[in-house]
Design a protein around this ligand. Sequence first.
Ligand SMILES: [Zn+2]
Length: 331
Amino acid sequence: MDCPYCQSQQVVKNGRESLSDGTVLQRYRCKGCSKCFNDRTGTPMARLRTPSSVVATALNGRSEGLGVRATGRLFGTSHSTILRWEERLARQANTWSPPAPGEQAVTLEGDEVYTRVGENVPPASSQGWTIHFIERQSRYWVSAIAGHKDELLFQRGTQQAWQWAQACSYIRWFTDGEWRYAKALWDLASVYLVLRNSPSAYRTRKVWRYGLEVAMKVKGSQGLRRIVWVRPEHPYTAVSPLAEVHANHNEAHNAALRRRCSAYRRRQNLYAKTQDGLQRALDVQRIIHNWVRPHWGLGKQTTPTMAIGLYSRPLSTHELLGMRGFPCISS
Ligand SMILES: [Zn+2]
């Protein structure tokens, strides 16, 4: 076993400790850096005496839409304990969000969902907005960021999604008719193009990066939606047929989110009192969606992570809690 602090293989056994259910954990000491650790060090279960099977079952219940207080009653513990368990996994959300493997075509769909957070304030001043992006074919849940519906939220949501997608050779970027998406993306994904046929050899023009196509669905006066391409695309980028821009899987995802994430289901939102609470619930939901739960539309036993080519099999929540991060594709 390697030291989780310095990766040294020079480790010696150093006593034992037991969990609340009697399971015994071997402790180790590293001869390289003199630090002590056990199998749980560096995982979401570090320094917790609860068996990981209990935490896994609670988080699975939460991800199926069980409220935080109901989960607490079920496990004979307080709701704040459930929230702390959730936070343990949520803290590792970045580790569990590796970028998409490059050299492929992806279709990102961006959308906003709203829930009430804390005080009953009008939606415009609430922190209960979530911007999220889904990759269409794999159903991979690329990003989810909660907060006030302001410029910063669009920037952060767009940035997280772009970082995920940017290695891909062809990117279709479809959002609803909110111009702040396009504005935020323009700062990240536009390039200078030298104009050949212009009188001056040095004339340039800004376009989307090669392979990036950006379109929005704008709601018209009668509730009809029309597609608007956000130009200018790179001259060599092929533009998709209208019908493909129109297809929207994000609405189905929003429905699933409301069903599975109790924060979105309740008018009186009892537990996501803060933006942090909502973000934590979303992070856990997103990890389980991508890594654990096979998606019905993808074929048998296929998780979104497998469909996008990041991993070879579904993980259980129990396994995930015992890991120090994103596993290698070959394992
Ligand atoms: Zn060490």
